[in-house]
Structure formats: C-alpha cells, structure tokens
Design a protein around this ligand. Sequence first.
Ligand code: FRU
Length: 506
Amino acid sequence: MKNFLFFFTVLFSFSVAAQKKNDGLYKEKYRPQFHFTPAINWTNDPNGLVYYKGNYHLFYQHNPFGNVWGHMSWGHAVSKDLVHWKHLPIAIREENEVMIFSGSCVVDEKNSSGFAKKSGQIPMIAIYTGHYIPDSSKPDDYRQAQYIAYSLDDGITWKKYAQNPVLDLHKKDFRDPCVFWYEPDKKWIMALVLPQEHIVQFYSSLNLKNWKHESDFGPAGDTTDIWECPALTKIAIENDPGRSKWVLFNSVQSTMQYFVGEFDGTKFINEDPAQKIYRPDYGPDYYAGIVYTHLPANQKPVLLGWANNWGYANSIPVSPWKSAMALPRTLSLLKNDNEWILKESPVSDLSLLRKSVWQENVILVKERKLLPVKGQQLEIELSWKPSPASVSGLRLAVGKSNPFIIGYNESKQTIFIDRRGAGDTSFNKRYAALHYYEQSLSKDNGKINLHIFFDNSIIEVFANDGICVMTAQIFPEKQNDGIELFSNGATNSFDKIKVWQLKSTW
Ligand code: FRU
C-alpha cells in the first residue's frame, strides 16, 4: 500500500508537470500569475509554513481529486524567494477516514521528538488536525484531534506517527495547531482553537508528543462567527530597536483579526484596546493567514493567507485549479497613541517581477482621467493629498462593465474598495452582495499612499505603508483593462504615479 501511494504521488506530480507543458496550465482565464495556485485542483489554507535549508516550504490544504473542497491532504511547494514556487509531490494524504486539516511544521533541531535515528539527522515535524469521519454516510459526525507526522529528508516525504493522535479532547471541533519553539523556557508551544467557544488554547510540550494545557485566551474581539487558524509570533516594533511584542492572529469566518500584547510561555495578554477590532486585512478575500517558523533571526516575520472567502470559495468561476494564496507579507509593529498597529509590506523580491514602468510626477484630476497604460497584471504606486470633502482614488479593470474602485472618502476619513458589478458576479449571490468594504484611515502627513498589486483576478491594496490592507477577487473580461484616476467633489492632484507591468512566475 505504502509503495503504491508513493508511486501514485510521483506519477501524479510528473503528470502535473507534463500537463503544464502540454495543456497550457497557468494560461487560463483569471489565472493569477504571481500568486501561488496549485497547478490543478482545490486549495484553501496555507499550512506548515517553515523555512529550512534555504527553502520556504508551503504546505496547503488540498483536494488531490477535484477543484472543490474535499479529501483534505497537504499539498506541497517550495520557494527560494517567496515569489517563485516549485511544486512537489503531495506531502501528507488523507487515509483511513482521517482528513489532514490545517496545522504547522517545525524543525526539531535537538531531536526532542526522538524521530531521528542517525546522528546528525534533523527531523521536521508536521502538527495537524486529524478530521476523523467514522461513517462516511454521516460526514457531520466527525471528531477532531491533533496528529503529527515527520520527515527525515528535509520535508520531501512524510510518515505519520504510529501513536496518533497526540492531543485529543474527544471533541468535535478542536483544530488548527500553530506550533513554535519558545526559547526562554526551552519548550514547544501550541496554540489552537475551540471554534464555537471563541477560545485560543495554549499547550506546551518537551517532545511534541505529550502536551500540557497552559491557558485559554478569549472570547475577545470579533466573536460573530467561529474562530479558526490561530498564529502567535513575536514582531519587532519599528523605530524602537531591540523591542518587540507578541501578536496573536486568528480567523473569524470569513475574515481575520489580531491582538497585540505579551506572551510569557504560558499565557497571552492583549494590550490593544479590548473594544476595538484590528484586522490584518479589511477586504473580503483574506483568511487563514499564518506565519513562517524557523526564519533566520534577523528576518522579519512573514504572514501568508488564503485569498478567498468561505461564503463563495467553492463557486468562483475558475478551473482546473481553484483558489490562491495571497502575497506573502513582511510584518512589523507601530505604536500609535494607545494602540499597536500591524504594518504589512509585500515581500521585497516581488520587485524582481517588474517589467516596463510608466510614471508621471503630477496628474491633476477634476472628474476622471484615463491613464495611457493598461493591464490586469500590474503593480501600482501613487500618493495624493485628498482635497476637503472629496472622494478620490483609482479605478482598475476599466472598460465595458463596472470598474474596481479603490477610493478615499475625505469627509469620512475612510478608505474603501468597491467591486460592484466589476466582472462576473453571476456565479454566487453572496459574492455579488459582498461588494463594498470600508475602513477608517487617517491621512499620513495629510496624504494617502497606495501600493497595489493586480493579478488578473486578485487585487491587494496596501494603504499608508501597509497599516491598512485590503484583498479582493474580481473576474473581469480581458479587454476591461483600463486604469483611471478619479476625483468627485473637488480637483485632486495625484503624485508619483508608477505603473509596472509584471512578469508571470509560472
Ligand atoms: C479554515 C479551515 C480550518 C480547517 C481547514 C479545513 O479555512 O476551516 O479550520 O482546518 O479549513 O480544510
């Protein structure tokens, strides 16, 4: 059976490579060209983000048999720069009625788990939720517990631990372990969620097999829907050398939130105002974001999320793949009066994709101005000082149907995105309804700056150096590729406008 599975895995990956050459994979309508997508079939959450021996590993929730959710297994890809990805065989497969749900991956440098048998061998350990369905005719009668698998060849092949599960509360919903090494106490920490209770639980372990409950965090912040996919990491404070804070992220269907505070190896204390909700992304399509473990000490944390929304994820009009990861984002923190704010920057190597640039230093706009460049695979930078009481900004995918609007409402001091009628909305009523997203944003020295990535069907907007980020999917026709500045209510002067055409990474 084992040999058969290995053979199948190898065959599958070769067949994907072969199809890529022959069938025009990565050239399909709406296919993102610089966001990660599996060659074929479904993906949701990123899993097991770990950096080891020069490789950024990306495991991901994957259905090997189709392009809707099901048969969850861990797909696998690696990258040297977080921009160009190489597909590898499926890492951990569904087996014996146990699906492989989300989780993390660590490098067990000291062989605390004892999985390495030869000296010098360093195991990688995947910690994931096993989703067990005893009777396939009753898929809702499931149980979730935490399982581990290990790799002795730097993450290429994986073996499930014979004595799984390693942490079982005999609960239905108990999932998404985020595990990392906590150096001050020389122990492993696991954060995971009780989704319905809106609780993140913390456990500790010396060997990744026996886990001790330490504390619970929550309910807190946004509790309007179930909690999933926690992630805890330390993030450096900008302009305060040597200081950092702990940031706890979690998903709340279908968005995310974060808390900033302290973690002492047993419990997390939120220090941001309890009544306020902070999100790493204020758009409709950002979920299940987690961070890389085992990064070099001098490297800032990197967050990677799934660019989709459970409200309509299965029905977006794309094939033969379905769903993409958002761009990896580098993290830092800012102190703003009495609150800590997350600052996110797209990873710097994305600039390797820049082709030709079009730029203009100043453009005055009374109502609208179509730029002499166009495209749907772009990076854009611009800034402006919004005139009093104006609504102004940029429109993308301009053409026959409605454009995608990114605007600033000066009276309300809010940034917004609006995808109403921008491209195909017919595939799902929920998608069509979720078209407008707005977030308050103060001007920075009187100005708003935007850094935008438009990748065929995914738009990511980083506002004011990444203190407010919005991600949204749109499905526009190819010919709707105009770019337009707009200003309602007053003339606005836009400066330092740059538009790059971007290369494909595939
Ligand atoms: C989040 C999630 C996780 C779960 C996985 C299943 O998107 O629901 O809680 O582990 O997806 O695919």
